[in-house]
Every structure is written in structure tokens, then in C-alpha cells.
Ligand binder design. Sequence first.
Ligand code: AP5
Length: 213
Amino acid sequence: MNIILLGPPGAGKGTQAKRLIERYGIPQISTGDMLRAAVAEKTPLGLEAKKYMDAGQLVPDSVVIGLVKERIQKDDCKKGYMLDGFPRNVSQAETLDRMLNELGQKIDHVVCIEVPEDELIQRLTGRRTCRQCGAGFHVMFDPPKQEGLCDKCGGELYQRDDDNVQTVTSRLKVYKDQTEPLIAYYEKQGKLRRIDGLGSIDEIFNRIVAVLG
Ligand code: AP5
């Protein structure tokens, strides 16, 4: 099963993806995580991407598409995969359709998690992530047992560079202008599954599983 997780920054795509991949036994492919890894390693691609990410803008399509094309052809993707944060605009979606057509694959479901903007800002500015294992927390909604430390591995929790109010505002605008049109794009293909993203993490997980089967 090939799935796209769509939704604004902070909707809970990463949080749900981590649970869904366990349930369905398929890998999460997060372009945001791949780009952050390249930034941390200071590769030429990472140094180029950082300028866009810090400004809350999209990294150029050519960079992201190359990463995804290589990743979906790896062995662990044979049974399917969950795309998180890709595609991000209509041009990326059209390229993905062409790419999958050439590979004899298709997208089965597009899960769109819907959350109002004021809640998104609260979720993003309070997010904390483990430096070691990547687990996600929230200072109010999903706090770690010990402040600043990951419950799963004891690693240090950090705040993402793009989770400040100014960059979040710009990311939300980019979502509205460039990513939201994908809702109509996938609705036309009959693949869109809308999910109410308000409620507990478990409730939202159950709603997604109910539509995916
Ligand atoms: P990316 O990493 O993809 O970020 P994003 O789409 O902005 O999404 P987030 O990771 O911020 O949010 P999320 O929906 O995963 O929320 P989460 O589950 O963490 O992209 C970052 C940047 O990389 C982009 O700005 C761009 O520059 C670049 N980029 C990436 N992909 C690209 C592409 N395809 N093309 C071009 N550029 C690209 O949850 C957020 C918080 O809320 C957490 O603290 C969590 O604990 C909490 N939470 C989750 N669910 C709930 C709930 N139900 N109730 C309360 N709190 C909750």
C-alpha cells in the first residue's frame, strides 16, 4: 500500500506516520527528515536546503524529487511506503505520478489531516524532538516524563530551527498557497481521505486506520 500523508505544518503527519508504519509494516519517507539529516551532515545539498528551510520556504523541486526517486526504489519499499511531506505542490505531484507510472506503481490513498491554524501554531511552537531517535513530544500536549529528555532512549530533546513563530507563519502561508491545491488534485483522482485532526493522538490514529482498512 502506497500512502501520502498530507496536511499543514503541525497537523500531526510525523506523529501519525511513526505509528502507522508499525501497523502496516511499511517505511515512512519524510522529505523533511531527509533534508534535516543532510543539513546536520553539512552536505552540499544540506547547505543549499537550509536557506529555504530556515525561511519557511519550499526547497527547489529538483532537489526533493531526486531524493524521493532514489528512496522509493530501495528494497524496504517493495511492500509499499508512506510519503510524509511529499508532494508539496502540484508540480511535485505531477512528477510523482509520472515517476510511479514508469515504475509500475501508484498511490492508493491520500490521507489529509485537517487542523485549524491557531492549534497548529501552538503545536509547532511547543514541539520537541529527540536528537538521538527522532521521537516527537510536545511541552503541553505530549510532555516527556523528564523535562528535556526522551522517554524512549534518554536522548536530548531539541526545538527545530523552523519552529519559531516567524518561520511558522511563513510555512503556513506556503502551505495555503502551494500545498493546499493538492487537496483538489487528489480529490479529482478519488484518492483523498479527509481526517479530522483534532483530538487525542490515539483518536486520530484510529480514524486513519478506519479509512485505510
Ligand atoms: P517538514 O519536516 O515536512 O515539516 P512540515 O510539513 O511543516 O510538518 P511538520 O513536521 O512541522 O509537522 P507534522 O505534521 O509532522 O507534525 P508533528 O507530527 O510533528 O518540512 C520542513 C521543511 O523542509 C519545509 O518547510 C521545507 O523547507 C522543506 N521540505 C520538506 N519537504 C519538502 C518538499 N516536498 N518540497 C520542498 N521542500 C520541502 O506534530 C507537531 C506537534 O504537535 C508535535 O509536538 C506533536 O507532539 C504534537 N501533536 C501531534 N498530534 C497531536 C494531537 N492530536 N494533539 C495535540 N498535539 C499533537
